[in-house]
Design a protein around this ligand. Structure first.
Ligand code: UDX
Length: 445
């Protein structure tokens, strides 16, 4: 198969590279010439574990190329994937489809008669139909098919997610699109990955519904963790206890400072806009977003409270600033709101992050960046663990205690067993877990 990927950002680059790894011939396009030049030299613009090796291997094998020339690449393609950005439109939260429609025009003009055009970007319901209308307008004589094939990649484990997905969703409107997508994903049939074929609108809804459901799970467990704190229960055990019920499932029940990233906040907002314009309120999704929006402010307040009611003149060491581990992505990271809030309350901030620092200077000011977690906490009045990087999961607790000015360790990701922290002489606070004598089972008075 000859595949063209329009857009060499996160989704396009990972998907294009993985298609090449499947054995297809892939050209990844981007309008940014500097990005393409770097990629041709094997320089990857994002941090994604395993991606650099895969890119280099497939360039060497002659299956993966990078180009700015859309027309030439598209002219010989069996399938062209649209993987351009769909940011939230300023003001109304609708997904901005300018780049998707521009790509559709360019593809339709250059594509061979029987080409299949596939939306991979996360796009509102009805976009495939709209892309098809553009194709008919630009190239009325061609038999172009338009399909929807949403991605479910998690940053930090995107290669694994692409190579071993739980399912692949394909929204199609004609047999040709179905047979081309089946051929493209055939390598996954060895793993018996379910290939689910639906109509295009259904595929578009599946993407948003999946992200919204996961966002709901996170906001739900965050609220339950508040309840656990109030009644002396342990949210970790609650998550385990409910998650063992297969109807609920154990994943995405980790409480924390609220979800961030490039998908959940944007996609829930876009879904709500679509729903509203169709007269459907989606109250549960609305509640999940509201819980998440207030969560970060509540965590800011919690830290201030634990610091004795004021952080003025105090030093807070922030451990981890990216929205999750194994990524350098800062989009919608809780730290973006929390660090300035503590600074506004008079705190000095020192911080450590294995990847976030490269970008962080553009987001934060007056932060002292440390080269390792211990340097960050030297002389601090509190350490706040914000992102559960592996580098922060097995800290030398005696050293932590020795470096901190006051032994306050606030863990917003529940990384450490409370007993270990207490044995190390730390005043430990986590999310939704009681801090009491091991073995005690009774509720506090
Ligand atoms: C997500 C979806 O998982 C993926 O399928 C979709 O295509 C894109 O959006 P991603 O944003 O990369 O992927 O990361 P994910 O691992 O889903 O985490 C999102 C946010 O939720 C992070 O801020 C994370 O810290 C938070 N989270 C996740 C929790 O707070 N608790 C959990 O139990 C899981």
């Amino acid at each position: 198969m000859q595949i063209v990927m329009i857009g060499s950002g996160y989704v396009g680059l990972v998907s294009g590279t993985c298609f090449a790894e499947f054995g297809h011939n892939v050209v990844c396009i981007d309008s940014n010439a500097a990005v393409i030049e770097n990629l041709q030299a094997g320089i990857i613009p994002i941090f994604e574990p395993g991606l650099d090796t895969l890119v280099t291997r497939n360039i060497s094998a002659g299956r993966l190329r990078f180009s700015t020339d859309t027309a030439s690449a598209v002219a010989v393609a069996n399938a062209v994937f649209i993987a351009v950005g769909t940011p939230s439109r300023r003001g109304d939260g609708h997904a901005d489809l300018t780049h998707v429609y521009a790509a559709a025009r360019e593809i339709a003009a250059a594509a061979p008669d029987d080409c299949v055009i596939v939306d991979k970007s996360t796009v509102p319901v009805g976009t495939a139909r709209e892309v098809e209308a553009i194709c008919r307008e630009v190239a009325p004589h061609k038999q172009l098919s338009v399909a929807s094939n949403p991605e479910f990649l998690r940053e930090g484990s995107a290669i694994e997610d692409f190579m071993r997905p739980d399912r692949v969703i394909c929204g199609v409107d004609d047999p040709k699109a179905e047979s081309v997508l089946r051929a493209i994903y055939r390598p996954l049939s060895l793993r018996e990955t379910p290939l689910v074929f639906t109509d295009r609108e259904t595929a578009e809804v599946i993407k948003y519904a999946a992200n919204a459901f996961l966002a709901i799970k996170i906001s739900f467990i965050n609220e339950i963790s508040d309840l656990c704190e109030a009644v002396g229960a342990n949210v970790q055990d609650v998550a385990k206890g409910i998650g063992l019920d297969k109807r609920i499932g154990s994943k995405f029940l980790h409480p924390g400072p609220g979800y961030g990233g490039s998908c959940f906040p944007k996609d829930t907002l876009a879904l709500l806009q679509t729903a509203r314009s169709n007269g459907v309120p989606l109250k549960i999704v609305t509640a999940a977003t509201e819980v998440n929006n207030t969560r970060k402010g509540e965590m800011v307040e919690r830290v201030i409270r634990l610091c004795g009611g004021s952080v003025a003149g105090k030093k807070i060491a922030v451990l981890g600033v990216t929205f999750k581990p194994n990524t350098d992505d800062m989009r919608e990271a809780p730290s973006l709101m929390m660090i300035p809030a503590w600074q506004a309350a008079g705190a000095q901030i020192s911080a450590f992050d294995p990847q976030g620092r490269g970008h962080a200077d553009q987001y934060f000011s007056q932060v002292n960046w440390a080269n390792d977690p211990y340097e960050a906490i030297v002389g601090a009045d509190a350490a706040v663990l914000l992102t559960e990087w592996n580098e922060l999961r097995a800290l030398d607790l005696a050293k932590v205690k020795a470096q901190l000015k006051s032994p306050l360790f606030i863990d917003l990701r529940n990384v450490y067993p409370p007993e270990d922290m207490r044995s190390a002489g730390l005043q430990y606070h986590s999310i939704g877990r009681p801090y009491r004598d091991a073995g005690a089972r009774s509720l506090p008075a």
